[in-house]
Design a protein around this ligand. Structure first.
Ligand SMILES: C[S@@+](CC[C@H](N)C(=O)[O-])C[C@H]1O[C@@H](n2cnc3c(N)ncnc32)[C@H](O)[C@@H]1O
Length: 318
């Protein structure tokens, strides 16, 4: 405890020193994008962040809601005082070890810009491909689609904005995560082409009474014993409920596979993201359940087995 109090004090002291350094760096206004990026880079570099200049450019662009490389393309563009203060706060958080997305509270996912914080997993590029699979398998249109374990709402909101579904249901066991998804739902508003419903609950309980055309999920799939293999930025910052699952990482996935055929219409799609070490086990489980056909494992862009897709057979259990 003493050690952790000391390390907190050290962190806050260095943040205070950083504030003075920051004021010296940015000087008095008006502040240009390039000058702010350079001041951010100095503080990140001093904190040992790798590739500080590139991160600083990204941080300033994300905080100011501008395109990447904004500070290079428009170096003289003015950064308003409120954005300058947000750049400082984001830098401070990044210096304390937060991933850039939590520091800036912004994550890009497919065509969407989402608000994220420590209540939700930061949406990953490989999950963009899970959305692609669902869009192509469903023809991107019609029916009711559910995203179980929606977190920030990334999958559900991407499907609702890119597809033409009748309805999208987004569920999560974490009411904190659903609060973030609600913010994103509200912000995206008119960009969505389907109504999106947020529902709270475990596994398939929130959709137990529905007849779904597609069920998609990126469930927690890391085994508790694998926590030590994760980078500190993941292990120390992202919500454990979003990362870990018992039974060697498979508990939530196994429940979904065992139950999904009860809520899918015959021919309905089941699409799951998995750990590459366990995708074949998930496919074998689908076989064993006996209610799915056309089961296949798909690879991500790095060639890793990351997705398992299947259709509910006409006769469940046969
Ligand atoms: C890996 S994160 C995925 C978040 C988001 N879908 C994405 O791809 O960025 C898993 C999500 O599942 C939720 N979750 C964990 N266990 C669950 C369960 N038993 N039932 C429903 N949701 C669960 C977590 O709260 C978390 O938001």
């Amino acid at each position: 405890v003493t050690a952790s109090v000391r390390s907190c004090q050290a962190a806050s002291n260095s943040a205070l020193v950083g504030r003075t350094a920051w004021e010296v760096q940015v000087g008095s206004g008006p502040w240009s994008a390039a000058a702010v990026a350079s001041a951010v880079a100095e503080l990140l570099r001093a904190a040992g962040v790798e590739d500080a200049a590139a991160e600083a450019r990204d941080l300033v662009a994300l905080v100011c809601g501008r395109p990447r490389f904004w500070s290079l393309i428009e170096p003289e563009a003015e950064v308003p005082l409120d954005a300058l203060e947000r750049c400082w706060k984001a830098t401070q958080k990044r210096v304390l070890g937060a991933p850039l997305a939590y520091a800036t509270r912004v994550a890009h996912f497919r065509f969407l810009t989402l608000v994220v914080d420590e209540r939700v997993l930061i949406p990953r590029p490989e999950t963009e491909m899970l959305v692609e699979l669902v869009l192509s398998e469903t023809g991107g249109a019609g029916g009711v689609v559910a995203d179980v374990g929606t977190g920030s709402g990334a999958i559900a909101l991407a499907l609702a904005s890119e597809g033409r579904y009748g309805r999208v249901i987004a569920t999560d066991l974490s009411s904190d995560a659903l609060a973030v998804a609600a913010v994103n739902l509200r912000r995206l508003g008119d960009r969505l082409r389907a109504p999106v419903e947020l529902r709270h609950g475990a596994g398939l309980a929130p959709v137990a009474e529905d007849c779904l055309d597609a069920l998609v999920s990126n469930p927690p799939y890391i085994a508790l014993e694998e926590a030590g293999e994760l980078p500190a930025s993941v292990r120390d910052w992202e919500p454990p409920l979003a990362l870990f699952s018992s039974d060697g990482g498979l508990a939530v996935t196994v429940d979904l596979v065992r139950q999904a055929h009860r809520v899918l219409r015959p021919g309905g799609l089941l699409a799951l993201e998995c750990d590459s070490r366990r995708a074949c086990a998930v496919a074998r489980l689908m076989e064993a359940v006996g209610s799915y056909r056309d089961i296949r494992v798909e690879l991500d862009l790095a060639g890793r087995a990351r997705y398992v897709v299947a259709r509910r057979s006409a006769e469940p259990g046969l």
